[in-house]
Design a protein around this ligand. Structure first.
Ligand code: KIV
Length: 272
């Protein structure tokens, strides 16, 4: 018998069944201890490739390698017990062909023990999503603003301001749903478009900067905690962690400099 505490995680099909029901709560996490806190409240946790920017100071997600996704994915799986863990496929690991995508998705799942992967792109990725889901890999899709395409999009720009672009976005979300994605992130699109995109598919839509009309929401944890000095405009900041860290570090520095570093006496006294 295993001595490990029992783990009963939410599954991808359970998330898929939440379409139109109680809104789905999700956040990113990259780190075991913060993921353990998020795990108490989230239905799924995304180990997003935004970790390249948030944890590693990169300018975009384009430079994130597989190794980083696997390393942070393992940490988050270790720190959690109930949420579904979804790991992002980094740029360059899935676009070339369905075979390459399968090999890399399988590596991510085997190495991290996550329950699903996420990849960016609409109609152009439908064949790959179908290939993966037919072979046992649950896929969350990601449409609208797709940050890995920042160089072709010309930056992180809200999508759908121009109504002429809506049919392409609608076609994208329909294509990924038909291909077998169990849920789809809609990032950075105007609210009426997000509403239409949500209405035309039978899988849950997870919004980020796409208004409350979606079936669930996701935010980057560090943005909503107040750790990002320049959070995206749509983010409601729920914490003031930069201030709390600054205050704690300044207090520590002061104690060290004034030799008033506190501690239980017995730690410093020689044994008699
Ligand atoms: O990488 C990430 O954090 C994401 C979210 C923005 C959805 O893909």
């Amino acid at each position: 018998m295993s001595a490990e505490p029992q783990i009963r995680r939410t599954t991808a099909p359970e998330i898929a069944r939440r379409k139109g029901g109680e809104p789905i709560v999700s956040l990113t996490s990259y780190h075991a201890h913060t993921a353990a806190i998020v795990d108490k409240h989230a239905d799924f946790i995304l180990v997003g490739d935004s970790l390249g920017m948030v944890m590693h100071g990169m300018e975009s997600t384009v430079g994130v390698p597989m190794e980083l996704m696997i390393m942070h994915g393992r940490a988050v799986v270790r720190g959690t017990r109930r949420a579904l863990i979804v790991v992002d496929m980094p740029f360059g690991s899935y676009e070339e062909s369905p075979n390459v995508a399968f090999r890399n998705a399988a590596t991510i799942m085997k190495e991290t023990q996550c329950g699903a992967v996420k990849l960016e792109g609409g109609a152009r990725m439908a064949e790959t999503i179908h290939f993966l889901t037919q072979r046992g890999i649950p896929v969350m899709a990601h449409v609208g603003l797709t940050p890995q395409s920042t160089h072709t999009l010309g930056g992180f720009k809200t999508q759908g301001r121009d109504e002429e672009s809506w049919p392409a976005h609608i076609a994208d979300i329909k294509a990924v749903a038909e291909a077998g994605a169990f849920a789809v992130v809609i990032e950075g699109v105007v609210e009426p478009l997000a509403a239409q995109m949500t209405a035309v598919v039978e899988i849950p839509t997870i919004g980020i900067g796409a208004s409350p009309v979606c079936d669930g929401q996701i935010l980057v944890l560090e943005d909503m905690l107040g750790l990002n000095p320049r959070p995206p405009k749509f983010v409601k900041v729920y914490g003031a962690l930069s201030d709390a860290i600054e205050e704690a570090v300044a207090g520590y520095a002061e104690d060290v400099r004034t030799r008033s570093f506190p501690g239980p006496e017995h730690v410093y006294k020689p044994k008699s």
